[in-house]
Write a protein that binds this ligand. Structure first.
Ligand code: 3PG
Length: 306
């Protein structure tokens, strides 16, 4: 039985060592395809794999056609917008994610970006503090909850909006509930995004919401670049010199930002939110265990396809 770890952005070596322990203890062979540059490398590596662990790697129908023996693919992470779920189902491949395992790392990155921006990129100029500022958490899932916890530690005034989470659960976390996104954006100087990318959320954060934000507005996006309507973002940037955008990965309109809005944005070149040893271990080992459990016991916990 071959388990392939296919990661265009590699896990930390310490995580790979623990993934190997779990898979080899179960009697399986671990194969690594790390930092690959070309899809053809993935197509070859997956051709005889029974199980596969990926990160944001695209598991397209081309990959699934090449994966003749594949029975399970686990996205070591939360968002599974990179998996072609209908094709997984058509090929009888179980698709899973590992929710919550890398959430703290993502939440910490949101604050790392906020702090760096608030202190003017450590330029020596007078900056600002987070204490006493309003922060709105848009979607109160695993990452949103960590963001709330850290924000309270910084003495921020914390609000959240999530139509899928019970209001009492949000209140129990010591966070004020907003009835809708409009209220959240109107109240909060900082808004941190934590929704998945899907048909409903893609391009859902646009000009109408952004224009409601108070002075010195900062959008922090450690979710997916696709949830932002970039035309709306560019429009608000043109109108409001006080507006900032901090994003874990570059938007498609990055060149325009570089030309026109220097100092008002931070974009990571590669998605960095989950790129810590701890998150790699948590998500990678959880993925390996889920594969072993699936083969040994048939457990389909965390299955995301029908
Ligand atoms: C996730 O959805 O879990 C994060 O975006 C992490 O993605 P990565 O594993 O590609 O860093």
């Amino acid at each position: 039985m071959k388990i392939l770890v296919a990661t265009e952005k590699a896990f930390a070596p310490v995580a790979i060592a623990q993934i190997r322990e779990v898979t080899e203890a179960a009697g399986y062979k671990l194969a690594l395809l790390e930092n690959y540059k070309n899809i053809s490398e993935l197509l070859t590596a997956v051709s005889d794999a029974d199980g596969m662990i990926v990160r944001s790697d695209m598991v397209t129908s081309e990959v699934l056609v090449a994966a003749k023996k594949l029975k399970i693919v686990v996205r070591a992470g939360a968002g599974y917008d990179n998996l072609d779920l209908p094709t997984c189902t058509a090929h009888k491949v179980v698709a899973m994610n590992t929710p919550g395992q890398n959430s703290n790392a993502v939440a910490e990155l949101a604050f790392e970006m906020m702090l760096y921006q608030a202190r003017g990129g450590f330029s020596g100029k007078s900056g600002s503090e987070l204490r006493g500022k309003t922060i709105g958490i848009h979607a109160f899932g695993n990452v949103g909850k960590y963001v709330a916890e850290i924000a309270k530690g910084f003495g921020m005034d914390v609000y959240a909006y999530d139509p899928f989470v019970n209001e009492d659960d949000i209140k129990r976390s010591g966070v004020k509930v907003c009835k809708n996104a409009e209220v959240l954006y109107s109240k909060c100087q900082y808004v941190s995004l934590h929704m998945p990318a899907n048909d409903k959320t893609k391009k859902s954060i646009g000009y109408d919401l952004l224009k409601k934000m108070p002075k010195d507005a900062v959008i922090v996006n450690t979710a997916r670049k696709e949830v932002i309507d970039e035309d709306g973002l560019l429009k608000i940037f043109e109108e409001r010199p006080d507006f900032r955008y901090l994003s874990d990965v570059e938007p498609d309109c990055k060149t325009l930002f570089e030309e026109k809005y220097k100092g008002r944005f931070i974009f990571t070149a590669k998605k960095m939110g989950a790129q810590t040893e701890e998150a790699n271990i948590n998500a990678g080992v959880a993925a390996a265990r889920q594969i072993v459990d699936y083969f040994k016991t048939g457990s389909e916990k965390f299955k995301v396809n029908k």
